[in-house]
Design a protein around this ligand. Sequence first.
Ligand code: ATP
Length: 368
Amino acid sequence: MGLSAGAFTSLELRGVGRSFGGREALAGLDLTIRAGEFIALLGPSGCGKSTALNCLAGLLPLTHGSIWIDGERIDVLPSERRDFGMVFQNYALFPHLSVAKNIAFGLQMRRLPRAEIQRRVAEALALVKLEEHARKLPGQLSGGQQQRVAIARAVVIEPRLVLMDEPLSNLDAKLRLEMRTEIRRLHQSLGLTTVYVTHDQEEALSLADRLVVLREGRVQQIGTPEQLHDHPANWHVADFMGYRNLLELRLESLSGDTAVVAGRGLRLAATAVQEVVVGDAVRVAVRPSDLVLRRAGEPAASGANSIEGVVNVVEYQGREFAVDVTTPDGVELHVKSDFAPEAGSTVQLALDPSRALVYAERLDGTAL
Ligand code: ATP
């Protein structure tokens, strides 16, 4: 019999909020998490991700709202009675206890029989591939190994939910990628319901079934990686999803969702994806990979916008180049290219109107 996840059907956050001294760190978070889902809470520093996680964990009392598991209200329960496993950025292992004892700790607190504890600890050690390190102290392990111990300790109690707060932030880039795969594997093999906090959109996109993007304590968008990547709800989410070009222009005309935007020497056909009114200040979001650098003499694709600029910086990024181009009126554009143009040369960029997303400039911070 292997380790498994505690069973429930759905976990519901209803209007969950938390204030500190009258300031809302998290406001009105509504979210239903299905069993087995991997949810990432994503957003810049200070947006309220950790506050949300700590409210779930029972480490912070709520100031508004409630949390339910299958009709049972759980925000009133103390942390240890929620049956959640926690993994923190700094591992939070007991330095004086061996790896095996660290993993066994939660089971001993639950007063499980000795044989059961031994069996589960052995399984958890095998799961994170640390069998040979069972007797070592955490200080004798690498950062990645210590984080594996922390993960084993979280899953060994067969938790109803695993909460992870930036678990990979202290690891170097290579290890971070390895552990990312490891976390995904564990999630799949154990069917763990997971809530994972990160500020790294790539990490969130690669791990999560659904993402919750927060800004200043408020939900901006909840969706699958594809939904967020292809249809950001506002320019803030677009910015977070890698639309590095956010052009501040004015809406010149609009017919259906076909827009013309202009300003700073540019005039572009684009696509309105939010309610905007002619004359409005807008943000036009464009991914670097959607600005196509044309080779000399290459004709423009029909219907595409053509933008002229001078190449500023060319940076090799393995297989592709990150190119910064400045237009005559000083608009800086970030471009991805499969060839390296010469710095200082004048180039033409093609932009498909369907790839230039027009958003309202104003962000009121409320959920969309
Ligand atoms: P980070 O990635 O930097 O941890 P975060 O998105 O997790 O950021 P939170 O730690 O949840 O953000 O903080 C959200 C807001 O609440 C911030 O403005 C923060 O200063 C404030 N805050 C968090 N904890 C406390 C506290 N104990 N007392 C007062 N203010 C707090």
